[in-house]
Design a protein around this ligand. Structure first.
Ligand SMILES: *Cc1c(COP(=O)(O)O)cnc(C)c1O
Length: 351
């Protein structure tokens, strides 16, 4: 508490990201990609003209947005970019969700959503997941102040089909539906093709997970021109240059290498399913996952204790201190070697 803070700063509850440890640990706690970015990224960094950094970057990030538009088969005016999808989400909450009516979201989803609500004074309505830990799409209503969810969802891992979400969009036409596709490349079905039909659909994505570029901080949104213009208005009232020139060049190189992208995401999916099998052999319950992590719980061993035991063995996973998730661990998918170490450590902890 400080007498110097603006009044609403006292009541903020900031998001706490997974730990970025200083010591060498097998890091399976923040869903980073275990593989290097596309080789073209290395050439960009080696050849980048230092003198170029004198200049401000293009405030509209035109070239990068063009590359994304090509990738997704949309117009450049339908693409927005920002400093991580977290920033894109923050802009979207401000641009579309500051209404009288409550913003609807699943009770269990990305824990940054309630934080933005708090920041912008948005009332929130949290809807329970169904018995299989799936989002109940029928529970969202057209008269809400907006709808936001991650698809596939985090940390539950389940993803709805494009057809399911299309049915939702046929019913919800008067408020913005934001679908956060941070994990879609690991087995989900993107709803970007639905943007052409639904002017209230905003889809966000990130370079942090499937593109192995969490360090550059780049996220994007795809939607109708009207929605993208709303985001631009907020962005240009906040920071004209959220995406720097080095970041743009790196991201374009990453987008161009489709082969590397396919190889990495396929490897993660294969390792995920092997890991699932091995966890189940150890008696763990493992939720189905279309993401680069597994949410798992053991009927006999306490998740908090397993977390501590793994950490002592040099392996960092994510444990959430909430009632619903207290006995679950979220384990990011690393390389096969890293997952071998994880399984060995769990074997000794569950012996
Ligand atoms: C990781 C994650 C993000 C944030 O991505 P950045 O681009 O790194 O900010 C957004 N949404 C969900 C659901 C995530 O898991």
């Amino acid at each position: 508490m400080s007498r110097f803070w603006s009044p609403n700063v006292h009541s903020l509850t900031p998001y706490v990201p997974g730990e970025q440890p200083r010591e060498q640990l097998i890091k399976l706690n923040t869903n980073e990609n275990p593989y290097s970015p596309a080789p073209g990224v290395g050439s960009i960094l080696r050849d980048f003209r230092t003198d170029h950094l004198r200049l401000y970057p293009d405030p509209s990030s035109h070239e990068l947005r063009e590359a994304l538009a090509r990738t997704f088969g949309v117009e450049v005016e339908q693409v927005f970019v920002g400093n991580g999808s977290d920033e894109v989400l923050a802009f979207a909450f401000q641009a579309f969700f500051c209404h009288q009516q409550a913003l609807q979201m699943p009770e269990i989803s990305y824990s940054f959503y309630p934080v933005y609500c708090n920041l912008y004074g948005i009332t929130r309505s949290a809807l329970p997941l169904d018995a299989q830990w799936r989002i109940d799409l029928d529970a969202f209503s057209n008269d809400a102040g907006g709808v936001v969810f991650a698809n596939p969802n985090a940390p539950s891992g389940h993803g709805h089909t494009r057809k399911d979400i299309n049915t939702l969009l046929e019913r919800i036409r008067d408020t913005v539906v934001l679908v956060d596709e941070a994990y879609v490349d690991f087995g989900g079905e993107s709803v970007i093709p639905l943007v052409a039909e639904h002017d209230n659909l905003l889809v966000t994505g990130t370079f942090s997970k499937s593109r192995s570029l969490a360090g550059i901080r780049l996220g994007y949104a795809v939607g109708s021109r009207e929605l993208i213009e709303g985001l631009e208005r907020v962005k240009n009232s906040f920071n004209s240059f959220p995406v720097d020139s080095l970041c743009s060049a790196v991201a374009i190189a990453a987008l161009e290498d489709k082969e590397h992208f396919e190889a990495c995401r396929t490897a993660v999916i294969t390792t995920r399913e092997n890991t699932r099998q091995r966890l189940e052999q150890l008696g763990f319950d493992v939720l189905p996952s279309q993401t680069n992590f597994l949410l798992t719980s053991h009927p006999k061993y306490d998740a908090a204790q397993l977390f501590v035991g793994l950490r002592k063995r040099g392996i960092l996973v994510r444990h959430f201190n909430t009632e619903a998730l207290n006995n679950w661990l979220r384990i990011s998918i690393g390389t096969d070697n890293e997952m071998n170490s994880l399984i060995e450590a769990l074997e000794s902890l569950c012996a």
